[in-house]
Design a protein around this ligand. Sequence first.
Ligand SMILES: Nc1nc2c(c(=O)[nH]1)N[C@H]1C(S)=C(S)[C@@H](COP(=O)(O)OP(=O)(O)OC[C@H]3O[C@@H](n4cnc5c(N)ncnc54)[C@H](O)[C@@H]3O)O[C@H]1N2
Ligand code: MOO
Length: 392
Amino acid sequence: MLERAARSTHLPLAACADSVLAVPLRASVDLPLFVNSQMDGYAVRSADIAGAGPDSPARLRVVGAVHAGDGRGPGVDDDEACKVMTGAPVPEGADCVVPVEDTRVSDAGPTAVLVAAPRSPGEFIRRPGDDVRVGDVVIDAGVRLAARHLAAAASLGESGLDVRPRPRVGVVATGSELVAPGRPLGPGQIWESNSITLAAALKACGCEVTTTTISGDDRGEFTAALDAATGDADLVVTAGAVSMGDAEVVRQVLADREGARFAPIAMQPGGPQGLSTWRGTPVVCLPGNPVSALVSFVVLLRPVILEAVGRAPIHPVRARLARDVTSPAGRVQYLRAAMVPDSPGADLPAADPVSGPGSHLVASMARADVLVEIPADVTSLAAGAEVDALPL
Ligand SMILES: Nc1nc2c(c(=O)[nH]1)N[C@H]1C(S)=C(S)[C@@H](COP(=O)(O)OP(=O)(O)OC[C@H]3O[C@@H](n4cnc5c(N)ncnc54)[C@H](O)[C@@H]3O)O[C@H]1N2
Ligand code: MOO
């Protein structure tokens, strides 16, 4: 996945938002493109209006009008003015623009204008290169493209950009008890949440989610789901059926494959984990408990994906615990917590645990915005202890 994502792909500009630019964008033209007016007014020669004031206006002959989108219009000579609109090319001979507010209509009608204020050479004129010059780097490689970058690229006439490809990921949630939200439940059934959660989390870090499937705990159904998910995907993420039960279809189908590894790791939530391949595509097998699935994604998979798409890593922030906590020995615990806005005088923001440790406490997780990391060798911490809080 990292290999493929290191290459680049050319996308139309409208599809580039949030992608990472693969090669620097250099200006192929100067911006502005041509000499144009910054105001609606009159293009004049500054020398002709040098002594102008409200009581001694300069009277100039109006030789024409130029709108945005027109050609350069008539030239402006001594004691002449040409009406110009914002963005219109400034006629040859003029060296400044007088905003229309500083002019009066002359008694002589529209063929003359009275200018009541002086202007310096260059005033209210936008010149090529004021913004960028041909050859300038406008956007560096590695930048995640936002609206402002697309504005620059479009203004330079680029119809598309070379960006890092988005990893294509298939998601498979497993469990015969699972029913799509909104559909009626039978006995023992629950509404499925992992596929929607993981798809959203994957998209948020720059992946294209190619399929989301819910599979029952049946080998045939699961292998069909894997076939569909691998398709042209770079990665498949499964959730559920990796631990010790009778119906662990993910483990049963994928654990014996070459290079596969299924083992509990010393973290909670997110103990049971698996890695395998299907039709040559890597498969990451996350635990099924909804909290475990998301925590595993954030702690284990998100850093790899961010690197693959060229986005900056998400680092923990330092915080102080808002209340006492305990933690199991020998496992890193990730407590769901909410950051409390800075209190005046505090050296660090506070992180307030909003949920117990249970990996099924999915609704409480909605109140959290960070995971507080309690190291494996720590079994209790008092309120006020300094901790790492990883943004969710
Ligand atoms: N004897 C043991 N039992 C369990 C162990 C263990 O070490 N020994 N580990 C526990 C831990 S920790 C976790 S985490 C879970 C992981 O189990 P699985 O990955 O096999 O997950 P499932 O059994 O399929 O489901 C667990 C739980 O989560 C619910 N679930 C699953 N998928 C979804 C979904 N897509 N949407 C909503 N809810 C889902 C499922 O109904 C179960 O309640 O194993 C423990 N057991
Ligand atoms: O490791 Mo499990 O993920 O605690 O529920």
